[in-house]
Design a protein around this ligand. Structure first.
Ligand code: F3S
Length: 81
């Protein structure tokens, strides 16, 4: 399983992730990205059908704010190894 979370402390609302992976990421009222699956807690596995999009979004984020891990994040974006 793959888990994801957005580090909203470093997200600059560039809009790339939501364009690349609209099934995974959306934007809150402040324009910051979050993981749709569980409101950016990062404990629900990303749907296998969109793992390619996840990888793309991860690679394209200019601030490295898209975190991806094999383990749940428990709401902590800095947990990524
Ligand atoms: Fe933010 Fe990166 Fe997405 S800067 S809007 S998390 S591509």
């Amino acid at each position: 399983c793959k888990y994801t979370i957005v580090n909203q402390d470093t997200c600059i609302s560039c809009g790339s992730c939501g364009a690349i992976a609209p099934d995974i990421f959306a934007y809150d009222d402040a324009g910051l990205s979050y993981f749709i699956g569980d409101d950016n807690v990062g404990n629900i596995p990303v749907d296998e059908d969109v793992l390619f999009d996840l990888e793309d979004a991860h690679d394209e984020c200019p601030t490295g704010s898209i975190k991806v891990s094999n383990e749940p994040f428990n709401g902590d974006p800095l947990k990524e190894a």
